[in-house]
Design a protein around this ligand. Structure first.
Ligand code: ADP
Ligand code: MG
Length: 156
């Protein structure tokens, strides 16, 4: 079993392909960590995310929060062949963007492969279902307890 899979990195800019306009912004992290998992299938996954926000640029004060998340791992048509992207939709309503925040991702399960969609409505409907699956899976005791994993709060 490949899980749990641990990926981490700062939240970087993606291609701004309109996911925010659809109500599903995705925090991108650098894909380098994926090289440790060359056999990992592309698709939609769920897991816990630890985020470390920096409150103020001139102090070292920061806050850490743990959230449920749904994410996709896939080949980005903008990249050449072997680079995949990691795009994480955090299941929380934020009031601000958090580019640059430190992110730890504890991936716990696979939801589905990625499909080619003929309509935007079909895509958005599937993503809604993915979010429900992620929430309900993470509520199960075995997964809920992993929210306390120290690694999620360890930003080195
Ligand atoms: P980009 O192409 O730069 O990734 P997106 O449209 O995907 O742009 O928006 C992602 C950004 O939105 C994240 O980097 C983060 O700063 C912000 N954001 C706000 N709410 C969320 C959320 N619930 N999940 C993920 N990112 C969010
Ligand atoms: Mg994104």
């Amino acid at each position: 079993k490949p899980f749990p899979i641990r990926l981490q990195g700062p939240v970087i800019r993606g291609f701004g392909r309109g996911s925010k306009e659809l109500g599903i912004p995705t925090a991108n992290i650098p894909p380098e960590g994926l090289s440790s998992y060359p056999d990992l299938q592309s698709g939609v996954y769920y897991g816990w995310v630890g985020l470390s926000f920096h409150h103020s640029p001139d102090t070292s004060s920061s806050a850490t929060e743990i959230y449920p998340a749904v994410l996709s791992i896939g080949y980005n048509p903008f990249y050449k062949n072997d680079t995949r992207s990691v795009e994480i939709h955090v299941l929380h309503q934020f009031t601000h963007d958090f580019y640059g925040a430190a992110l730890n991702l504890l991936m716990l399960g696979f939801i589905r492969p990625e499909y080619d969609y003929v309509s935007l409505d079909a895509l958005v409907e599937d993503i809604r279902v993915d979010c429900d699956v992620a929430r309900r899976s993470l509520e199960r005791p075995g997964y809920e307890k992993l929210k306390a994993e120290e690694w999620l709060r360890d930003f080195g």
